[in-house]
Design a binder for this molecule. Structure first.
Ligand code: ADP
Ligand code: MG
Length: 411
């Protein structure tokens, strides 16, 4: 367990005193601030587990800031520290939803225990809230699937995840391409543990347990990597994965699942657990045929309402157009990502996702648009206006007209 704590106080003395009282291996101070908008930016950038704020003489707007955090970041918990606690102060704290108000601690041991108890209680609260709600409105599971290898599924999963993290969301990637998963290559991270080691645990997974098997990327994305060797894949059961996903969705704003290009019980679990499935295809005949077959299978599994059809590597030089795709596949195209071999491959070779390494490229901008639509919760193509469709590359004129490709071919 590592509880990441941010300290906010207008008094340097108080900041120093609190820091000296945090001496527990399970707790780390990740930043400190005097308050104001700077503090709020830090909270957004660092996504702390706990924010400790003092209610001293020079501290202004502490309660309104606590309220903002409680309302906008349900997985960042607030502790308020006061020299003296009286009924008025408690009532004002309760009014803004602050549950953890305490006097300045006397010893590091006492304070360490208090922080750990708050963290455990609040996590249990938010988990039980999620079980009751079934789906937390904040938490979305996005499964990236496609009917062939090499379509760009991992590329999109990684870059979407990093882009959402850059937009201050808590994001996890779960690599369910259990035999040949390569999310760690795209992110240039070296996992110590993977999903294989995690499923060896006999105890029921908790968020702390799962997090201890994840690898953290510099963007803040937490990655549950695929096993280090393909033969471990069959030792991982879909039921175990289902329970891991159920816990992850209570903690992260977005859980992004990368998948292999075929249907197994595991991929079906990933699709059934998803709130959105980004179904990746491209302007190439055999991929389109596989896509059509896969979509009809997904229809029989009653999963079509969550499918967002995304055409990757859409190139205006291609003989097949988006209109042709629509004629073949009875599912509206939700987004189009341009073909840019140079940017995509250089990002992969450097291990730096292009949304960070080449943010101005058309490729990055287009992935960023998809991320924005997910953020806005506006994933329904029927509700998009012309401007929004343009942002998703759907009205780029020259590539939309049917080429008659399928008319000219038999079958
Ligand atoms: N929009 C794109 N333009 C050009 N190349 C791309 C694009 N998307 C992905 N690629 C490249 O295609 C290759 C396969 O991508 P990958 O994400 O590994 O596919 P998958 O996970 O579907 O097997 C990689 O070399 C990647 O850099
Ligand atoms: Mg892949």
């Amino acid at each position: 367990m590592n509880i990441r704590v941010l300290l906010i106080s207008n008094s340097e003395n108080n900041l120093g005193a609190i820091k000296s009282l945090i001496d527990d291996q399970a707790i780390s101070v990740i930043g400190e601030s005097a308050g104001g908008t700077v503090a709020f930016d830090m909270i957004n950038n660092l996504s702390p587990d706990i924010v400790i704020m003092t209610l001293g003489d020079g501290d202004s707007d502490v309660l309104s800031m606590a309220e903002r955090i409680i309302l906008s970041r349900p997985r960042t918990y607030v502790i308020l520290l006061a020299e003296q606690i009286d009924v008025d102060l408690l009532q004002s704290a309760i009014k803004v939803g602050a549950r953890n108000v305490t006097q300045f601690p006397k010893t590091a041991k006492e304070f360490g225990e208090y922080i750990k108890t708050v963290y455990a209680n609040e996590t249990t609260r938010s988990e039980s809230f999620n079980i009751k709600q079934d789906l937390n409105w904040m938490s979305r599971v996005i499964t990236v699937f496609g009917a062939k290898g090499g379509l760009g599924k991992t590329t999109l999963a990684i870059n979407l995840a990093v882009d959402l993290a850059e937009k201050h969301k808590k994001v996890a990637i779960v690599d369910l391409d259990l035999q040949f998963g390569d999310t760690h290559v795209f992110l240039d991270i070296e996992p110590t543990d993977t999903i294989f080691e995690l499923v060896q645990e006999v105890s029921t997974p908790t968020i702390d347990l799962i997090r201890s098997y994840m690898t953290v990327h510099s963007s803040g994305v937490h990655v549950l990597c695929a096993p280090k060797s393909p033969e471990y894949a069959e030792l991982i059961s879909p039921d175990k994965v289902k329970s891991i996903l159920a816990v992850l969705r209570t903690y992260y704003d977005y859980v992004i699942i990368d998948t292999p290009p075929f249907f197994t019980e595991m991929t079906i679990t990933a699709i059934e657990s998803a709130t959105i499935v980004l179904f990746v295809t491209c302007l190439e005949l055999s991929t389109l045929k596989n896509s059509k077959l896969s979509l009809s299978l997904l229809e029989s599994l009653h999963q079509m309402d969550k499918i967002k059809l995304l055409v990757n590597r859409a190139d205006s030089m291609c003989a097949i157009t988006l209109d042709d795709v629509q004629k073949l596949i009875d599912c509206p195209i939700w987004a189009k990502i341009p073909n840019d071999y140079k940017v995509a491959v250089s990002a992969l070779n450097r291990g730096i996702p292009f949304v960070i390494g080449a943010p101005k490229s058309e490729l990055s901008q287009s992935v960023a648009s998809v991320a924005n639509f997910l953020l806005e919760g506006n994933a329904d193509i029927d509700t998009l206006n012309t401007k929004q469709k343009k942002r998703l590359g759907l009205l780029n004129n020259n590539n939309n007209k049917g080429s008659g490709f399928f008319k000219n071919r038999k079958g």
